[in-house]
Design a binder for this molecule. Structure first.
Ligand code: COA
Length: 352
C-alpha cells in the first residue's frame, strides 16, 4: 500500500518574542463623558479604566497590526523568512473579503505564506496561540507570527453606556517557535452559543442593506441608516464569567501540570479590573503575584488585550521573561481560551 507522508512533529514550543503598538491618541474618561452620560468616577470604580487609546490620523487596523508584528519579529530575533504562518486574531477587520492576514503579511515583507484571520472575540488571542502552538507541534510550520489587533472604535456607539467607556484600539503580537523546554501548555478552550447574544453586533450585513434600500431617495439627515455597533449585556456576561472562568483557570493549571503556587504572573483578558481581582482571589493566587492591569490606561482591546498586557508587564519590569504566566482570554461567542506559558523576553523595542 502507498504510504502518505506526515510532517515531523515536535513537542516543545514557546513565545520567542513580543511586540505591541498603542495608538497615538489617548482618550480619558472625561473625554468619553463629553458625549456619554457617565462620569470618570463611575467608569473607574466599575471597570478600572482611566484612559484608552483610539486610532487617529492614518492609523488603521492594518497599520497597527503590521506595526505590532514588526516589533515582535525584531524583538524575537527570528529571521522573518522562517515564519511559516501568520494568524491575525481580530473581530474588527472591516471586510469579510478579503480577510486581513494576507495584507498584513505583505506589509511585513513575508508575502506568500499561509495567512488567515481567526475570529473569536476577546478570546481570540488565546485561540490563536493554541492553534499556533499546535501547528508547530504538528510540524505544519516552524515559526508562527500571532497578531491580536483591534480597532474597536469603528463599531463603537459613543452614546452607549454599556460599551462606549470600555473599548479601545491596539495591537500585540508574538512569535511562536520551537524551544528547548516547553513554554506553552495545552489550551483550555470552549464556547457557549446559548449566550451568544450577550455580546453582539446590533445589525448584520443583510439588515443593514435592507435598511439602506428602504432609505434610498429619502433625506439622510431625517432618515439615517444607522451604523453597526457593538452591544453588550454586561451583567449577563459578568454572571457567565463568574461560573465559567474559575473552571477554565483550574483546568488550565491542571492540564499544564504546573501548581498554582508556581505561577509567577497572572494575565487575564483586560475586560474589567474588578472581574480580574475577583478571579485572582477566588483562584487562591497569592496577593503578591503580579496581575496585569493594562486596562487602566489601554481599555479593553479585545483580541489584542493579552499580548498588550504581557508587553506592558515586561517593559515596566512587573514581570520577567521566562516566568510562568497564567493567561485567560474570554468574551464574545461567548468563548474563552487559556494557557500556562513562559513569558517571552523583555522587548528591546517597546511600544511606549
Ligand atoms: N455610566 C454610568 N452609569 C451606568 C453606566 C455608565 N456607563 N452603565 C450603567 N450605569 C448604571 C445603570 O443604569 C445602573 O443604574 P441603577 O442601579 O440606577 O439602575 C447601574 O449603573 C448598574 O448597571 P449595570 O449594568 O448593572 O452595571 P455593572 O456594574 O454591571 O457594570 C459593566 C457594567 C459593563 C462595567 C460590567 O457589567 C462588566 O464589566 N461586565 C462584564 C464585561 C465583560 O467581561 N465582557 C467580556 C469581554 S468583552
Amino acid at each position: 500500500m502507498v504510504g502518505i507522508a506526515v510532517n515531523n512533529s515536535r513537542d516543545n514550543v514557546a513565545m520567542l518574542g513580543i511586540g505591541a503598538y498603542r495608538p497615538q491618541r489617548v482618550v480619558s474618561n472625561d473625554d468619553v463623558c463629553a458625549v456619554l452620560d457617565s462620569t470618570d468616577q463611575w467608569i473607574f470604580e466599575r471597570t478600572g479604566i482611566r484612559n484608552r487609546r483610539w486610532i487617529s490620523g492614518d492609523e488603521t487596523l492594518r497599520s497597527i497590526a503590521a506595526a505590532a508584528g514588526e516589533r515582535a519579529l525584531v524583538n524575537s530575533g527570528v529571521d522573518r523568512t522562517k515564519i511559516g504562518t501568520l494568524i491575525l486574531a481580530t473581530s474588527s477587520w472591516l471586510t469579510l473579503t478579503p480577510h486581513g492576514a494576507p495584507s498584513v503579511a505583505f506589509d511585513l515583507g513575508i508575502n506568500g505564506i499561509p495567512a488567515f484571520d481567526l475570529t473569536s472575540g476577546c478570546g481570540g488571542f488565546g485561540y490563536a496561540l493554541g492553534v499556533a502552538a499546535d501547528l508547530i507541534r504538528a510540524g505544519s510550520a516552524d515559526y508562527v507570527l500571532v497578531i491580536g489587533a483591534e480597532t474597536m472604535t469603528v463599531g463603537l456607539d459613543p452614546t452607549d453606556r454599556g460599551t462606549a467607556m470600555i473599548f479601545g484600539d491596539g495591537a500585540g503580537a508574538v512569535v511562536v517557535g520551537p524551544s528547548e523546554s516547553n513554554g506553552i501548555s495545552p489550551t483550555v478552550w470552549g464556547s457557549d452559543g446559548e449566550n451568544a447574544a450577550a455580546i453582539m453586533q446590533d445589525i448584520d450585513f443583510l439588515e443593514y442593506m435592507h435598511r439602506a434600500q428602504e432609505m434610498q431617495g429619502l433625506d439622510p439627515a431625517e432618515h439615517p441608516v444607522g451604523r453597526m455597533s457593538l452591544r453588550m449585556e454586561g451583567p449577563r456576561v459578568f454572571r457567565w464569567a463568574a461560573v465559567t472562568l474559575p473552571r477554565a483557570l483550574s483546568a488550565a493549571l491542571e492540564m499544564s501540570g504546573v501548581a498554582k503556587e508556581d505561577i509567577d504572573v497572572f494575565v487575564p483578558h483586560q475586560a474589567n479590573a474588578r472581574i480580574n481581582e475577583l478571579m485572582k482571589k477566588n483562584l487562591g493566587l497569592a496577593d503578591d503575584i503580579p496581575m496585569a492591569n493594562d486596562i487602566e490606561n489601554t481599555g479593553n482591546t479585545s483580541a489584542a488585550s493579552i499580548p498588550l498586557a504581557m508587553e506592558e508587564m515586561l517593559v515596566t519590569g512587573k514581570a520577567k521573561g521566562g516566568q510562568l504566566a497564567l493567561l485567560l482570554g474570554f468574551g464574545a461567542g461567548l468563548s474563552y481560551a487559556g494557557q500556562v506559558v513562559t513569558l517571552p523576553p523583555k522587548p528591546n523595542e517597546p511600544s511606549f
